[in-house]
Design a protein around this ligand. Structure first.
Ligand code: SF4
Length: 440
């Protein structure tokens, strides 16, 4: 079942060149919005930028490297300083397919068939030089220009993503699973920290509660239209006390401070480990609304290999049990374990065929959704400094099948739309690292 073979997929689709493969998948998966199919392809391939498009990006919101690198090459190989100049996200629309607005996270890859370029006076998305859609960048929010006492930028302390909807607070930029080389194999958190520091970015290892509150005060003052609706509080796993605090105590204090200073202004989401109920209760009581004990990969043979630290400290069965039990505290629809979509097809030891991979992940989706829990998925980015190493992404066909299964499972279990993710559907969704919200 799990082989070392290359990931070629089931049919001929994956042997076509990029534009033909895109069209063939659009034809084959005509039940999915075209926007979702294109978005998944851009996420899996990454994006390149012409010099003109990078010049225009100056003055728009840049990539803040809010947690991982989410790039397909290291910074030292970026010829045009894309790490400083590329936009956080693009929004595509129009083109010959008359696409509705679609927000896509930027993953730098100069070798990608997808390129943003200036053509006929407009920014356009090209696939193998064929125009696909018009492109716009996200303006810099007003509060990004506010000064912080520390001299750090707002984009460092309280960056926004998802076209301004989500404030993303990585308050601890390291993960202790790296200490014994037991990090999740797709994760480059600590390595990205190192490369960002080497590249001169003021990348704060541990953000203080005070600097977070200071930054949020500016956002509160400037965000008159209430574009920011949710806050994610996250960071690496804490296995040994960090400055005297365990993981729950550490992350909960930020939620406590936000609730004390700002009441219920924002939905608070906590992306941390799976905990026993007493700790989950503490997280909930500190003010979090949503709990993300990320599951990463469902398959029982792959989980220990992909997540060796999680396997050793908690174990797959323990993780599942804790996710299920946490629903009693947060409410099932507020428990949102993430899957790293596609990592089960990694070339090192993953599934070599699409349908067995889909069957495995669908089993996990169905397990959680049958209990009212709302799993979601992001799109695996094979980052060069992750243990799995750089490699081609799984085929677009895999992601289209995953969207089909996700949507069908969601409707079969009659789940409510996920809270803290903004609007759903093509033309509306802002979640930018997979198209799961675009198909609901
Ligand atoms: S728990 Fe896994 S995914 Fe999360 S930061 Fe640590 S190694 Fe990365």
């Amino acid at each position: 079942m799990v082989g070392i073979n290359s990931v070629i997929g089931d049919g001929m689709l994956n042997e076509l060149n990029s534009i033909d493969s895109l069209q063939a998948n659009l034809d084959k998966f005509s039940d999915l919005p075209a926007e979702a199919v294109i978005k998944q392809d851009v996420l899996r391939e990454g994006l390149s930028f012409s010099q003109d498009s990078l010049r225009i990006a100056t003055g728009y919101k840049p990539k803040d490297y809010f947690i991982f690198s989410f790039d397909l090459i290291p910074i030292k190989e970026m010829q045009y300083d894309e790490n400083l100049r590329a936009p956080e996200e693009i929004k595509i629309s129009g083109g010959t397919r008359q696409l509705r607005d679609t927000v896509i996270s930027v993953r730098v890859n100069p070798e990608s068939p997808y390129k943003v370029d200036l053509k006929e006076g407009k920014l356009q998305l090209l696939c193998s030089n064929n125009p696909i859609a018009e492109v716009c960048y996200h303006p810099v929010p007003d509060f990004y220009n506010r000064p912080l006492q520390s001299g750090k930028t707002m984009g460092e302390i309280a960056p926004v993503i998802e076209w301004g909807y989500l404030i993303y607070l990585t308050v601890y930029r390291l993960c202790q699973y790296f200490n014994k080389e037991e990090q999740c194999q797709f994760c480059d958190l600590n390595k990205n920290y190192k490369q960002q520091r080497q590249a001169g970015r003021a990348y704060t290892g541990v953000k203080s509660v005070d600097e977070i509150v200071e930054a949020l005060l500016w956002i509160l003052e400037d965000d008159k239209e209430t574009i920011t609706e949710a806050i994610t509080i996250t960071g690496g796993a804490i296995l040994k006390p960090l400055r005297g605090e365990d993981e729950v105590t550490f992350y909960s204090k930020y939620a406590n401070a936000i609730r004390e200073n700002f009441g219920n202004r924002w939905i608070l989401k906590s992306v941390v480990q799976a905990f026993e109920q007493s700790d989950v209760q503490r997280l909930h009581d500190s003010g979090f609304n949503i709990y993300h004990p990320n599951f990463e990969v469902w398959d029982k043979d792959l989980f220990p290999r992909v997540c060796p630290g999680k396997e050793r400290f908690i174990g797959r069965d323990g993780w599942i049990k804790r996710v299920v039990e946490s629903a009693e505290i947060f409410g099932p629809s507020n428990v949102i374990p993430n899957f790293v979509g596609g990592v089960e097809m990694n070339r090192n030891f993953g599934f070599s065929e699409i349908e067995p991979a889909i069957a495995s992940t669908s089993e996990g989706l169905d397990f959680f959704m049958s209990k009212g829990i709302m799993p979601r998925f992001t799109t695996w980015c094979p980052e060069p400094y992750a243990k799995l190493g750089p490699q081609p992404a799984p085929p677009l066909e895999y992601f289209c099948r995953l969207l089909q299964e996700f949507k069908s499972c969601f409707h079969r279990h009659k789940l409510p739309k996920p809270k803290g993710y903004g609007p759903t559907g093509p033309g509306n969704a802002v979640f930018s690292v997979s198209a799961f919200m675009d198909v609901l």
